[in-house]
Structure formats: C-alpha cells, structure tokens
Design a protein around this ligand. Structure first.
Ligand code: AMP
Length: 170
C-alpha cells in the first residue's frame, strides 16, 4: 500500500518562484489511504467537543466535509471573495504568496458557538488566523485546527492559541 507521505507531491516555484507547492490532490485517487487519513484527522478530543466544523476554501472543503461526515458534525465554510450569497462577514489577510480575503455567512455562524477549523495545509498560519479573528469577533470559540500538512519551518502553529492536529509534518 502506498504511504500518505508519498502521495504528497511537491511542485517547485508554483504558483510563484520560491514556493514549493505541496499538492494533496493525489491522495484522493487512493480511497483506502484517503479513508485512513480522514479517520486519523477525526480522532481528537477537541473535535468531539466542538459544535461545528469550519472548512477553508478550497482544498479544505474536501477534507472538511469528509471529517464532518465521519464525526457527524455540522460544517460551514470560509470562502474567497464574491462567492457567498446572503449576509457575510469578510476579513483580509497575508498569504505565503500574496493577499487574500475570506468570507463567512453570518446566519450560518450564528447557529454554533464552538468550532474546529479544517484545512489542507498550515504554512505561515495567516489563513487560519484570519478565520480565527473572524470568529472571535463574533464571540465564537475555536477549539483546534485539523490539517493534512504542516510546514514546520514556517512555525504557523505559534500564531494560534489552540491545539493543531496535523497528519504530516514536512
Ligand atoms: P498560510 O496562511 O501561510 O498558513 O497558508 C495556508 C493556506 O495557503 C492553505 O489554505 C494552503 O492551501 C495554502 N498554501 C500555503 N502555502 C502552500 C504550499 N506551500 N503548498 C500548498 N498550499 C499552500
């Protein structure tokens, strides 16, 4: 059986020079490994304690919705600008390569008080920090982050004041 680590492909200088892009999409072609990964991502206490999952655009949706199913938790999404209808809350942040902003539907957010964030990769932590601030501004609690990959050297977890459950540390 192939190992999870071997399915994470690195693309040099994508989408910009100097970035080693870690591609998680190959994992989806191996359902047994994908399933094992989702079971592992779902096995932590802070997820059990959370009322809902918030997953981040776009690869975070793939893993977030699978974790939501496995853990029987409701899921809401944080999306890139211009994608969400209705009343939205938006915040801008710096990315490892550029700037971005994320929006959340405020009516969806109102229904829950404690959240776990799911994304594909933790780099500098700016993305997760943005979602954290969006939620904390609404007096919501974040119990932890679940991510497939953690880029250790960028020390993103030091930006976060909740536990990080990462499956592969590179
Ligand atoms: P950061 O905000 O720096 O922690 O970046 C995390 C977000 O950007 C995640 O949603 C990733 O999908 C994406 N990202 C950042 N750096 C990389 C990378 N080297 N390879 C793949 N995705 C990345």
């Amino acid at each position: 059986m192939k190992k999870l680590e071997n399915l994470i492909l690195t693309y040099k200088d994508f989408p910009k020079k100097g970035i080693d892009f870690k591609d998680v999409l190959e994992i989806l072609q191996y359902p047994d490994i994908f399933q094992e990964l989702i079971l592992k991502m779902s096995s932590n206490q802070f997820l059990k304690n959370a009322e809902a999952i918030i997953s981040i655009d776009a690869r975070g949706f793939i893993f977030g919705s699978a974790v939501a199913l496995e853990s029987s938790k409701p899921m809401i999404v944080a999306r890139k600008p211009g994608k969400l209808p209705g009343n939205i809350l938006t915040r801008e942040y710096d990315l490892e390569y550029g700037k971005n902003s994320l929006s959340i539907q405020s009516d969806a957010l109102k229904k829950f008080n404690s959240f776990v964030i799911v994304d594909d990769l933790l780099a500098t932590g700016g993305t997760v920090d943005c979602v954290t601030k969006l939620l904390q501004d609404q007096n919501k609690e974040i119990l932890g982050l679940i991510t497939v990959i953690e880029l250790k050297e960028l020390k993103g977890r030091l930006k976060l004041d909740f536990p990080v459950h990462s499956m592969v540390k590179i």
